[in-house]
Every structure is written in structure tokens, then in C-alpha cells.
Design a protein around this ligand. Structure first.
Ligand SMILES: Nc1ncnc2c1ncn2[C@@H]1O[C@H](COP(=O)(O)OP(=O)(O)OP(=O)(O)O)[C@@H](O)[C@H]1O
Ligand SMILES: [Mg+2]
Length: 259
């Protein structure tokens, strides 16, 4: 069996000749079915751009991104900023993707409710987003992505806007959710701690144009819990990855400083 996602010699440019930006690449990457891969890299190195290519929202300027898809809509995305509709109630937000996919309303409601229950929001289905905390809104966004039961879950800094405690709780919830159905996940974060806790593998990207400079397997067994942080191996891996990443973050800072 081939990989679930294969990126070959992918590059992406933005803009036209005079203000052309080389955002990403060349980048080669294979992600296996069921693998949880975290991507870290300096700001502006092309992480979101790559995720949008996997989602089919934009095309590479060169190279290819292939997905071994079994369904018409293989991916679902969770963004940083709770991209849920303020004018829709929680249940309708979670059902949104199912409505688009033509799932009958009754079945859609059942599925949406079951994912709301998994995320601890069973009693909030009639609430409007404005009445929810940040953590609850992000849970709604995650429930909406999971409800379509995507082959590949794409998460772009999904916990970045949350406070530290809420972030830890949602990390543990995501670990448990992943354990239940072991979907392929591509997860962007600025936190090495989060990347090591969640991932089977952590990819470190260079400053723009982003290339993959390291791919580290995370050795901790699953099911995994937050207390894996308290081990010497966790700290050692974090230190090792930070040495790689720091160099790229400094390169990025020098780059923006020189403009
Ligand atoms: N639609 C666009 N038009 C022009 N330039 C773009 C566009 N989208 C992204 N870029 C540029 O491409 C580069 C990569 O952007 P991208 O958003 O992928 O970075 P990122 O790694 O996700 O950064 P961050 O960590 O800050 O989210 C940046 O220089 C950005 O300004
Ligand atoms: Mg981004």
C-alpha cells in the first residue's frame, strides 16, 4: 500500500514577477495512513500554504500533492480562529459539512449530536457561538470537522488561541479521539511540546521558502497521555528539536529585520 499523502517536489510562489514570493519548497513528503504528523517551523515558512494544498484549496506552482482518497471529500480542516458561523446554532454548525455532503437531516442530526457528545457539548446544541467560551467554540469547530468523518484531518494551529489549561485539556481530548479511530492527521503548531505530545512524527521546516529539514519519530507508545511530558526522553527530544528550530527562527528574524 502506498502512502496516504505524497508531496513530490512541491513549490509554491505567490504574486507576480516584481513582487513574487517563494513561499514553499521544494518539498518532498510521504505520510502513511493513520499517521499523526505535526509540522513546526518559523512564521511565514509556508505551513498553512502546504495544508491548503493538501485540502485542495490551492494548487502547487510546481510538483504534485497526491492523496490516496477513498471518498469524494477526503479532508476536513480546523483553523486557528474558530471558523464557525456566528448566526448558526451549535448543532447547525456541526451539521454544516454533512448538509453540504447531502446527508439526510435526521442522520445528520444524529451524527452531529454524537460528535458534540464526544466533545462534551451535548447540552449546548441550541446555543449560539457568541455565548460560548473560546475552548467551547474550538470544540465545535473540531466536532464539525470530525462529523464528516474525513479520511484526513487537517489542523492549522487549532489550539493557539486558547489559554494554557484549555489547551492541555483539548490536547488530551484529541489524543483520545485519535486513539478511537486513528485517522490520518496533519497538525500545525508553534509549540514543540504540543507536537511531541500529539505526533507520531514531527517535521521541522526551514524559514521561507519552507523545506523539511528534519523528520523525527516520536518514540512514546500509545495510548498516550499528558504525563508523558514528565519523562527525560520528552525533554531530550524537545531540546533536540529546539536546536534545529531555533536556527530557522533566527534566520526568519534576520530576514524580516533586514527589510
Ligand atoms: N494568498 C497569498 N498571497 C500572497 N502571499 C501569500 C498568500 N498566502 C501566503 N502568502 C505568503 O506565503 C508565505 C507563507 O505563508 P503561510 O501562511 O503558508 O505561512 P505559515 O508558515 O503558515 O506562517 P504562520 O506560522 O505565521 O501561520 C508568507 O510569506 C505569506 O506572506
Ligand atoms: Mg499559518
Amino acid at each position: 500500500m502506498g502512502p496516504k499523502i505524497r508531496a513530490s517536489a512541491v513549490e509554491r510562489y505567490f504574486g507576480t514577477q516584481s513582487d513574487r514570493v517563494h513561499a514553499l519548497g521544494p518539498l518532498d513528503l510521504e505520510i502513511e495512513q493513520g499517521e499523526f504528523v505535526c509540522i513546526v517551523g518559523p512564521s511565514g515558512c509556508g505551513k498553512s500554504t502546504f495544508l491548503r494544498m493538501v485540502a485542495g484549496l490551492i494548487n502547487p506552482s510546481a510538483g504534485t500533492v497526491e492523496i490516496d482518497a477513498k471518498t469524494d471529500q477526503p479532508t476536513a480542516m480546523v483553523f486557528q480562529d474558530y471558523s464557525i458561523y456566528p448566526w448558526k446554532k451549535v448543532l447547525d454548525n456541526v451539521r454544516f459539512g454533512l448538509d453540504l455532503a447531502g446527508v439526510p437531516k435526521k442522520e445528520g442530526n444524529e451524527r452531529a449530536r454524537s460528535y458534540l457528545a464526544k466533545l462534551g457539548l451535548a447540552d449546548r446544541e441550541k446555543s449560539y457561538p457568541a455565548t460560548l467560551s473560546g475552548g467551547m467554540k474550538q470544540r465545535v469547530a473540531i466536532a464539525r470537522a470530525l462529523a464528516v468523518e474525513p479520511e484526513i484531518l487537517l489542523m492549522d494551529e487549532p489550539f493557539a488561541a486558547l489559554d494554557a489549561q484549555m489547551r492541555q485539556i483539548l490536547q488530551e481530548e484529541l489524543l483520545a479521539l485519535w486513539q478511537a479511530d486513528q485517522r490520518t492527521v496533519l497538525f500545525i503548531t508553534h509549540s514543540l511540546d504540543e507536537a511531541i505530545l500529539l505526533g507520531d512524527r514531527v517535521l521541522v521546516m526551514s524559514s521561507r521558502p519552507g523545506r523539511i529539514i528534519a523528520s523525527k519519530k516520536v518514540p512514546f507508545p500509545r495510548p498516550r497521555r499528558g504525563d508523558v511530558r514528565n519523562t527525560a526522553e520528552f525533554a531530550a527530544l524537545q531540546g533536540e528539536l529546539w536546536d534545529l528550530l531555533r536556527h530557522e527562527v533566527e534566520a526568519h528574524l534576520a530576514d524580516i529585520g533586514s527589510k
